[in-house]
Write a protein that binds this ligand. Structure first.
Ligand SMILES: Cc1cc2nc3c(=O)[nH]c(=O)nc-3n(C[C@H](O)[C@H](O)[C@H](O)COP(=O)(O)OP(=O)(O)OC[C@H]3O[C@@H](n4cnc5c(N)ncnc54)[C@H](O)[C@@H]3O)c2cc1C
Length: 383
């Protein structure tokens, strides 16, 4: 086994680390207070090629691999989770366009997204279908050479950004059969389509600079050429794109956890109680040691899943383990980081309070921890 990163992977990790330290982290507190969207940071990330690392250059990408992509997301999340989420969702959308799009669709829709000129959004969740995503109710009815979409999508990341170009919408194309089976297709829905309505902006517990909105489609008419991939497999196409999402969420969790450890370690060496830095107390050192152990394990598992993906090998199990383990690890690490800060950790001016509030979200998005366990249970049952 070879655990060494290539020169290119190291270069991307180090470049993003510097970028996160110099550009992203110094803005994180202010963005979380104001909820202002980071347009200038997006422009810089685009300039550095971060928005399309795993896609070929002919489609605006950097021609890199998933290991580099996920190292980049880890480092961005160490700077600010909301910024890394913006990139992560855009990459899920780009991946779906890349895997299932026609040549024409890739040129038209993927290229500006991979270049970072435009931002993508992913529309699966609805008011009545979250974990049970197959229960979606948005409909698409064929009308001549177009499809007419009606329905609502909720909690849609990125769609509130001015430079968001489209949302990939999964919709039901035929009435469900008696046994509940339905046909779904995925549509490229440009934001400027008549009948596309941007709904309310959600007021979230954390990640304020992430643009989460409701989307309402009212007789939203898109041409046939906006149908993405197989007209009968829209739902499974969405799920396939979320497979790389699971690894990316794991990488982000590792990044935030690393930031928790860095802050807790620094603080424990400065804070003096009982005439010595609290780092000298074994109880504190044990907490820090446990944090380091779980971060190391989570990092290894997301890198293994990324490597399998790059090798074109099956990685469903590893991606699911990575998502579940890393996000649950983060909640514990963030809690311990606050604990090490004592009362100061509860104050908004200390970054660990922000990390703690944001940590919960990664256990929910792109499949909750319960859903990941359910999937793992099914995989075990099939053995
Ligand atoms: C900030 C934010 C951003 C998001 N961005 C996007 C986005 O860009 N695009 C998008 O499509 N969605 C997005 N989502 C939606 C997210 O993916 C869903 O919230 C998530 O999948 C859970 O669905 P739900 O909220 O409806 O919860 P529910 O499915 O109602 O689940 C509620 C609880 O029940 C549990 N549960 C459900 N079913 C089972 C079961 N069979 N067994 C055991 N437990 C179960 C769940 O694990 C959870 O604990 C976002 C959500 C948030 C909060």
């Amino acid at each position: 086994m070879n655990f060494d990163l290539t020169e290119e992977q190291k270069m991307i990790r180090d470049m993003t680390r510097d970028f996160a330290d110099e550009v992203v982290a110094p803005r994180a507190e202010e963005m979380d207070l104001t909820g202002d969207y980071p347009y200038d940071i997006i422009e810089k990330m685009a300039g550095l090629g971060m928005m399309g690392i795993p896609f070929p250059e002919e489609y605006g990408g950097s021609g890199g691999d998933w290991i580099s992509t996920n190292l980049c997301l880890e480092e961005l999340a160490r700077g600010d989770a909301a910024v890394s989420a913006l990139v992560e969702v855009t990459l899920v959308v780009a991946e779906e366009l890349y895997t299932f799009g026609s040549e024409e669709q890739k040129k038209r829709w993927l290229t500006p997204i991979a270049k970072g000129e435009r931002i993508g959004a992913f529309g699966l969740t609805e008011p009545n279908s979250g974990s049970d995503a197959g229960a979606l109710r948005t409909t698409a009815v064929k009308d001549g050479d177009a499809w007419v979409l009606n329905g609502a999508k909720q909690f849609i990341t990125n769609i509130g950004l001015d430079n968001a170009s489209l949302v990939l919408v999964a919709a039901q194309t035929e009435k469900a059969t008696a046994d509940g089976k339905k046909k779904t297709a995925t549509f490229i829905v440009p934001k400027d389509t008549p009948g596309f309505n941007l709904g309310k902006r959600y007021d979230k517990m954390a990640w304020k600079a992430s643009a989460t909105h409701e989307v309402i489609l009212e007789d939203c008419r898109v041409p046939q050429e906006n149908l993405l991939g197989d007209p009968n497999r829209g739902f499974s196409q969405h799920l396939a794109a979320l497979q790389c999402g699971r690894i990316m969420i794991a990488a982000m969790a590792v990044g935030v956890a690393q930031a928790c450890l860095d802050e807790a370690l620094r603080y424990s060496k400065e804070r003096v109680q009982f005439k010595q830095p609290i780092f000298k107390f074994q109880a504190i050192q044990f907490k820090l040691a446990d944090m380091a152990v779980s971060i190391e394990l989570a990092r290894n598992v997301y890198l293994k899943a990324s490597w399998l993906r790059d090798e074109g090998r099956s990685h469903t199990f590893e991606a699911t383990v990575a998502k579940l383990y890393a996000t649950e690890m983060l909640e514990k690490v963030a809690s311990d980081a606050v604990q090490i800060h004592g009362g100061y950790g509860y104050m908004n001016e200390y970054p660990v309070s922000r990390f703690y509030k944001g940590a919960k979200l990664l256990q929910i998005v792109e499949g909750t921890s319960e859903v990941q366990r359910m999937l793992l249970g099914r995989m075990l049952a099939a053995k």
